[in-house]
Design a protein around this ligand. Structure first.
Ligand SMILES: *[C@@H]1O[C@H](CO)[C@@H](O)[C@H](O)[C@H]1NC(C)=O
Ligand SMILES: *[C@@H]1O[C@H](CO)[C@@H](O)[C@H](O)[C@H]1NC(C)=O
Length: 387
């Protein structure tokens, strides 16, 4: 840990005093002070393995990570429109670079069925485990997946608790036992820190969003530990007319607030906090209201949340100020080079994921804008990409 402290301090010393942020080029930090890792790849970077280019000592909470809200509510499962939140399957999402998934299990007859609220999604936990295993022991063996596991909807027909059923999947059930043994990350101490990237490659870090009382062992980390995880997840958004505006403000304010927080902690002369102790930021882009389903909020042609966010991130990413949008100048300045944390999308597509991932590689030699996956001017959200 001493090692991280001193490397951060060194970075701060190298910064010009006018630097807009004291934590600017995350990748540089890793690059200079960490053990060797894979060189940058041929272009474009393969999103199945983007974490393979980051070194062992990367704290997961300092990364910019694409995530999906209600991961299993995708169209292939033939869902009603009001409940669909994704276009791609879990496997497609993982290959697109998604490393935070939102798995909602209804405890039903001593098993976990995938649900979005009252709606059964036509699949179960075994399928999720199988997909993660195929990816993380195969093409994605350099990668780490954060999995929010949520106890969703009222339980029914059970003779045991949610956590006992989870332990049954891990210790007893023949379909999942061995796969979960390969996959799950267990904390080695009681610090409740997210692991370093190198400590958890090929694994799933469970973020427990269920009552873990009576568990026989500690698994992953609690999703609701506010010291470790800061979450913006307001999704019930009033009326149709202002839903997008309201959600947009929530998203931007969350980033602004936490970026200032990071800055204040890491203020020179001596940073008092180990980067691993900073919270994981989880910013949900998803929203809905009575007459506005998730798909409208996310992909509303002209100015839905996804288009706004990609444009905003693009502006933040570029070094040149885009004079066309002066109202965003301030956000742009504050976000430059910062970690975004987890960005949780509805209807993610490959370029949205690539855009977020690219924040981990800013300032790296050989990495250019064509890698970022910007939308071209006037282009609309490609909602049908995975049909
Ligand atoms: C999960 O779903 C599969 C396919 O429908 C089924 O064969 C399996 O029994 C289910 N597993 C559990 C534990 O419910
Ligand atoms: C990306 O890498 C994976 C794993 O090595 C591979 O299966 C896949 O074909 C690659 N994709 C592209 C577009 O090269």
């Amino acid at each position: 840990m001493k090692y991280l402290h001193s490397s951060l301090l060194l970075i701060l010393l190298y910064l010009p005093s006018s630097a807009l942020t004291p934590f600017p080029y995350l990748y540089e930090m890793h690059h200079k002070f960490s053990p060797p890792h894979l060189p940058l790849p041929t272009k474009p970077m393969n999103m199945s393995t983007w974490m393979s280019h980051l070194p062992f000592h990367t704290p997961l909470n300092t990364l910019s990570i694409p995530g999906t809200h209600d991961t299993m509510a995708y169209r292939a499962n033939r869902l009603p429109k009001f409940t669909t939140t994704q276009a791609g399957t879990l496997y497609q999402q993982l290959h697109a670079g998604v490393r935070f998934i939102d798995i909602r299990a209804r405890h039903y007859r001593n098993t976990f069925e995938m649900h979005h609220g009252v709606v059964y999604l036509g699949t179960n936990f075994t399928f999720v485990v199988r997909t993660l295993h195929a990816f993380l022991t195969g093409p994605g063996s350099s990668e780490v997946v954060l999995m929010r596991l949520k106890d969703e909807q009222h339980a029914q027909g059970n003779t045991r608790t949610f956590v006992q059923t989870l332990e049954w999947y891990i210790d007893v059930h023949g379909d999942t036992m061995e796969m979960l043994t390969d996959l799950l990350w267990f904390p080695g101490d009681t610090s409740r820190r997210l692991p370093l990237l190198g400590e958890s490659r090929g694994r799933v870090v469970v973020l427990r969003d269920y009552d873990a009382e009576g568990a026989t062992y500690e698994l992953g980390l609690p999703y609701t530990d506010e010291k470790r995880i800061k979450i913006q997840d307001h999704y019930q958004l009033y009326t149709y007319l202002d839903v997008i505006k309201k959600k947009w403000d929530l998203i931007i304010n969350f980033w602004r607030e936490w970026v200032s927080f990071f800055n204040s902690i890491l203020d020179p002369p001596v940073p008092t906090t180990n980067p691993q102790d900073l919270p994981l930021l989880v910013n949900y882009l998803s929203g809905a209201s009575l007459f506005c389903v998730p798909r409208n909020v996310a992909t509303n042609e002209a100015w839905g949340i996804n288009n706004r966010v990609q444009f905003f991130l693009r502006t933040a990413w570029e070094t040149a100020w885009n004079a066309a949008f002066p109202a965003w100048r301030e956000e742009f300045v504050e976000l430059r080079g910062e970690t975004l944390g987890v960005v949780v999308w509805d209807f993610i597509n490959t370029r949205a994921a690539r855009l977020v991932v690219s924040f981990n590689f800013r300032g790296v030699e050989g990495w250019d804008w064509s890698e970022v996956g910007f939308w071209t001017a006037g282009e609309r959200w490609e909602f049908k990409e995975w049909n």
